[in-house]
Every structure is written in C-alpha cells, then in structure tokens.
Design a protein. Structure first.
Length: 81
C-alpha cells in the first residue's frame, strides 16, 4: 500500500465524519482533527485491503504526533511480513 493510498484512506475517514481533509503532512494529528478512533478505522481498512492483520506495538503509536508520523507508521506496518 502506497503512502498516497494511506493518505486517501485518512481523508475518506475524515470526510465520513464531516471533517476537512489533511492539508499537509506537517500538520499535527490534533490540527488535522484525526483522532484515535479515526486511526483505528484506517488500520481496519488497511487490514481489510491487505487481507491480513497489521503487526505493531503500542510504544510506536505513542510517538505519533503529525500526519507524517501516521503515514510513516502505516507504511512501515504494511511492509512488515
């Protein structure tokens, strides 16, 4: 799954909740109005698309502060075997 695919999923989830799309990777998740429930929904959509569960640990999730961090996180998670 590409970075642009992940961003498109993020924006789909935000639009579903009546929120504005992400305007820049440098935005904080707070400024982008991207919440933990949104993160979970994106993760589930990615898992459905890939046909497998994503493997990641909670510690790496705590470091997420920006949209770039979210994209990096999911990019890494989708590459893991």
């Amino acid at each position: 799954m590409t970075r642009s695919d992940i961003l498109a999923l993020m924006n789909t989830v935000l639009a579903k909740r009546g929120r504005a799309p992400v305007s820049a990777e440098t935005q904080t998740t707070r400024d982008a109005n991207f919440r933990s429930l949104d993160f979970s929904e994106v993760a589930l959509r990615i898992e459905t698309s890939l046909g497998r569960e994503l493997a990641f640990d909670a510690a790496s999730m705590r470091r997420i502060e920006t949209v770039k961090d979210v994209l990096d996180f999911f990019e890494d998670a989708t590459k893991a075997a």
